[in-house]
Write a new protein. Structure first.
Length: 277
């Protein structure tokens, strides 16, 4: 059984930067345990799997090497890129049905792919002292969102230079952390990084879903509806975010790094398939 496979760098126009995602178009859903094994084998922060359900509609799921997640921005962007740039998808818009609800992705006039995601707010919270110790730098404020912490620092360099204690972060519930600060370049509104030890991802290179929280926060703080953002991980990535009522439009570029196939062969491990690249 040969399975098409794409490696796409998302939120960048150049390979070797942005956030790499594996994308696997399926004719029909495979067993969940096999999907999880494939994501573990790929070793990327997310592997996206989708099945076509209509002319411009797909069912989309995301797996980290450890778990299935409810929302993932960069692998959604990568999936839309594969459809439009690799698989000949007609039109300028597709809809992905997902655990996070229907997600629409459109081509923009500036050549970007824009995702329509839910807006998520975080409430101010008095964090335990051990959080600052785990991050190894005392923040200005900490807020608690639906499934993550929003940690705000005064300067972009504070975010860039963080070297957190990842095992200590993994002890928190929830175990996902957005760290952010004002931008330090002309036209750059804010920077961020994202740590997700509870999802098996010590640091995610570029996190679209984090901007569901970041966009309403910075929009209110800066009194701007449209924002330019960078995630300042080692690989780095660039995003353009816009508030749209209770939704957030998150746009970026993507670049295909690899096209190939996964071969499934019978094994003696007790599972009907083995996964090899």
């Amino acid at each position: 059984m040969a399975q098409p496979f794409f490696w796409v760098d998302a939120f960048t126009s150049e390979v070797f930067t942005g956030n790499p995602a594996a994308v696997c178009p399926l004719n029909a859903w495979l067993d969940d345990s096999l999907l999880q094994k494939m994501a573990w084998q790929h070793g990327l922060s997310e592997t996206a799997f989708f099945v076509r359900t209509g002319e411009r509609r797909y069912h989309l799921r995301w797996f980290t090497p450890a778990i299935e997640v409810d929302l993932c921005g960069h692998a959604t962007l990568a999936s839309a890129h594969v459809l439009f740039s690799e698989l000949g998808q007609v039109g300028d818009e597709v809809t992905f049905d997902s655990r996070g609800g229907p997600l629409v992705v459109r081509h923009t006039e500036k050549g970007r792919l824009s995702m329509d995601f839910p807006s998520r707010t975080a409430g101010v919270f008095q964090p335990p002292d051990r959080l600052a110790m785990a991050l190894r730098k005392v923040p200005d404020t900490v807020s608690l969102g639906p499934s993550c912490w929003l940690v705000v620092y005064p300067k972009a360099e504070d975010v860039r230079s963080l070297t957190p204690d990842h095992p200590a972060l993994a002890a928190f519930k929830p175990g996902r952390f957005i760290v952010t600060a004002p931008g330090d370049e002309p036209g750059l509104d804010f920077v961020s990084r994202f740590f997700a030890p509870d999802a098996g991802v010590p640091e995610d290179p570029v996190t679209g879903s984090a901007h569901c929280v970041l966009t309403p926060y910075w929009s209110a703080r800066l009194r701007k509806g449209s924002l330019h953002a960078k995630q300042v991980s080692r690989r780095g990535g660039e995003l353009w975010c816009t508030m749209a009522g209770d939704r957030v439009h998150i746009a970026g570029h993507a670049a295909t790094y690899l096209r190939g196939q996964i071969d499934f062969e019978p094994t003696h491990s007790g599972h009907p398939y083995g996964v090899g690249l």
